[in-house]
Every structure is written in structure tokens, then in C-alpha cells.
Write a new protein. Structure first.
Length: 161
């Protein structure tokens, strides 16, 4: 299995159609959203401050994420950061290390997109223990509360570059 995290703009027409078939589990929708929403955000507000990336597995997109910079940074993010959003792995392929592959490739693609950034940031629901475990295992650091969520506070995680 060969994986590669690539910019959305580099996908061919077939890969774009395959990406539109990506599905997340219903219990993950509150955290990641769905692919339609993520692509809407990317394609209907084109700007240098928002970039999409797909994880290709043997040339087929099976995961997707957005990175944001100003003017799209959330108010809890540092000015020298890019923030991670809409991170989703196709539910039919979860448990195969694809989330880990995305996170391992993420620093290089983020620095390639924006050489000036010094960190990556994200927020995660503290009840989402699977996500927290994954991020922390990949070197992200819990830096406290990001903002008040529907129930409690989201945790702010940081990965220094």
C-alpha cells in the first residue's frame, strides 16, 4: 500500500469523483463534517488562506483534510499557525493507519503550502478519545482549552514544526 498526501488541486478528474464518495461514520460527522461540506468550503471560497489535501492510497483518495491560514484562522489560533479542519478518513478504510499516514505527511505539505508557519493547531472534543489518542501519539501537545463547545470546552492541540 503506497500513500501520499497531495494538494486537492493536483487530483485528476477521476480522483475528484472518487473523493466525493468518501464517507465518515455517522458518529464522526459532528467532528469532521462530510466531504460535501469540506469541498464546498474549499471550492466556493477560493483563497490562498485555505487549502485542501487528499491522502492517496495507491492513487485513490481515501482521506481528506483542510488547512487554514488568515483570514480563515479561528480566534484561538496563533498567527504563525495553520489550523487543521474537516479531517476525515473514509469509514470503509478506517483502522488501517490512514489517519496516522495523513498526520505524518502533514508537516511537510503544510510547510510547502506556507513556509512561514511554525506550528499546526487544531481543536478536538475531549470526548473524542480516539482522535485525542491519535494526535497525541503523533507528537501533538494538548495546550488547554480552545473554546466553549456545545458541551464543555474543545481542547487545543499544537504541533511545532
Amino acid at each position: 500500500m503506497h500513500t501520499c498526501l497531495v494538494p486537492y488541486a493536483s487530483l485528476n478528474a477521476l480522483q475528484v469523483e472518487q473523493l466525493k464518495e468518501l464517507e465518515v461514520r455517522p458518529d464522526q460527522l459532528y467532528a469532521s463534517g462530510d466531504i460535501e461540506s469540506a469541498l464546498f468550503m474549499l471550492l466556493n471560497r477560493p483563497a490562498p488562506g485555505i487549502r485542501g489535501f487528499a491522502l492517496l492510497v495507491d492513487d485513490r483518495p481515501l482521506a481528506f483534510l483542510l488547512l487554514k491560514r488568515p483570514p480563515f484562522l479561528p480566534n484561538w489560533a496563533a498567527d504563525d499557525a495553520a489550523t487543521l479542519h474537516a479531517f476525515q478518513v473514509d469509514r470503509r478504510f478506517q483502522g488501517q493507519g490512514l489517519g496516522k499516514a495523513c498526520l505524518q505527511a502533514l508537516p511537510a505539505v503544510a510547510r510547502s503550502a506556507w513556509p512561514e508557519i511554525t506550528q499546526l493547531m487544531l481543536s478536538v472534543d475531549p470526548k473524542n478519545q480516539a482522535a485525542l489518542k491519535l494526535y497525541l501519539s503523533q507528537g501533538w501537545v494538548d495546550c488547554g482549552e480552545a473554546y466553549r463547545a456545545k458541551f464543555g470546552f474543545e481542547r487545543k492541540l499544537v504541533l511545532e514544526l
